[in-house]
Design a protein around this ligand. Structure first.
Ligand SMILES: [Zn+2]
Length: 335
């Protein structure tokens, strides 16, 4: 790790053998921490030779299934079975996590839109720059665990960016091994995400979406935890004695187009008519909008404009014009 590239410091040695848990120290002086530091929890498990796998949760602070699976791994995994190194950040944006918020209350930053970040910037940009320039170059593979947060509920899926880099095929292979029911292949269009940072650093990576709604879906936690063990096994990081959860059906490749995104065109109370993973047809109702503060207004039905599989459903109740209500994807040919 090249610590000259960051203003963050660490209470643990990332290169030491064994099981270490501690803080990254984010220097940021404000009213809460005038002379102290903001701690970013980190754990490193290292034993024998092998690849380095980066695991991150809490990039968005209100998405809890991934952090739960990472804490489960940290406290149940027997280090004696490991070949390599696992770097675990269960709450990479801790100020957002403790605030139950998507973005950091320190600077309103959205960590998954802050890459490549800035070493001397606001806290969110400092974390992004640290991950992109200091941590990712040390990694052989990475998984970033998301869910729908308070805003929506997601079908379980693995999302890969296809950036025409050498790591693309490996990212897809990892996502297939993880075996969430769906794989969302996205073009490398958004440059500011964690996935985009991994493309730039040529590190195989996928992100997950699994559950959400502001709570913890225990089935999704187990799905994530099982997929994680399959990836570690695939990378050769586990002894043969470790029991690997069986994979389900082959994950379905999904693409999302503009016609798959249904946005609200008004303020109102949205009642969804569908659930994640449901197959829907063009013309079918996605949900009903009621103008509760203008009760004389007729309710309106939002309909799908193409066939697809429901990937996300909003979880808000009252919505504003412009909010994404329901998103569908289409199966695409396996590349
Ligand atoms: Zn997220």
């Amino acid at each position: 790790m090249d610590w000259t590239k960051t203003n963050l410091t660490s209470t643990i040695d990332f290169d030491a053998e064994g099981r270490q848990v501690g803080d990254l120290r984010l220097p940021y002086s404000d009213n809460e921490q005038p002379l102290g530091y903001y701690p970013i929890p980190v754990a490193v498990l290292k034993k024998r030779k092998g690849p380095t796998l980066l695991l991150t949760g809490g990039v968005h602070g209100d998405e809890y299934e991934g952090p739960a699976a990472l804490m489960q791994l940290l406290h149940s995994f027997n280090l004696d079975h490991l070949h390599g190194r696992i770097i675990i950040f269960p709450a990479l944006n801790p100020s957002a996590v403790v605030a139950h918020a998507r973005c950091s209350p320190l600077d309103d930053g959205n960590l998954n839109r802050a890459f490549p970040g800035n070493k001397k910037g606001e806290p969110t940009g400092m974390i992004a720059q640290f991950m992109e320039e200091v941590v990712l170059p040390q990694c052989d593979a990475a998984i970033d665990f998301h869910s729908g947060g308070k805003a929506c509920v997601f079908a379980p899926l693995a999302m890969v960016y296809l950036g025409a880099r050498t790591a693309d095929e490996k990212s897809l292979a990892l996502a297939e091994v993880f075996n969430a029911p769906y794989i969302w292949s996205a073009e490398f269009a958004e440059q500011a995400t964690f996935n985009a940072a991994a493309v730039r650093q040529d590190v195989p990576m996928f992100a997950t979406e699994s559950g959400g709604g502001g709570g913890v879906n225990p089935q999704m936690v187990q799905l994530v935890a099982g997929g994680l063990l399959r990836v570690m096994h695939y990378l050769g990081m586990l002894d043969d004695s470790v029991k690997i959860p069986a994979a389900g059906n082959v994950a379905v490749p999904i693409g999302v187009g503009m016609n798959g995104k249904i946005y609200s065109n008004r303020q109102g109370l949205f009642v969804p008519a569908v659930k994640p993973e449901q197959s829907v047809k063009s013309g079918e109702a996605a949900g009903m909008m009621y103008s509760v503060i203008e009760p004389e207004r007729e309710p309106s039905t939002f309909c799908f404009i193409e066939d697809g599989i429901v990937l996300s459903v909003i979880n808000r109740g009252m919505v504003e014009r412009g909010e994404l209500l329901v998103m569908t994807g289409n199966t695409i040919a396996r590349g």
